[in-house]
Design a protein around this ligand. Structure first.
Ligand SMILES: [Zn+2]
Length: 74
């Protein structure tokens, strides 16, 4: 049986981050949780919204590939 998310388990500097957001069907099991420093957690969502880590990785990979073929004139 999967352990369930419990807000009482937050410590002072960390917050649970849902790897697949609950708003997108992510469950509350511990398999779907990552402890994040509060400020990093906030920064993650400021920059990436509710994207998953895999989606962010795919986006960054596309950016790197685009840069390899893009010429910037100065
Ligand atoms: Zn989060």
């Amino acid at each position: 049986m999967k352990k369930k998310y419990n807000r009482k388990h937050h410590d002072g500097r960390n917050r649970h981050h849902f790897l697949l957001p609950k708003s997108r069907g992510g469950d509350t099991s511990t398999c779907n949780l990552l402890l994040f420093d509060v400020e990093r957690h906030r920064a993650w969502h400021d920059i990436f919204g509710n994207a998953t880590a895999e989606e962010v990785l795919n986006l960054l990979t596309r950016v790197v590939r685009a840069k390899k073929v893009q010429k910037v004139e100065t």
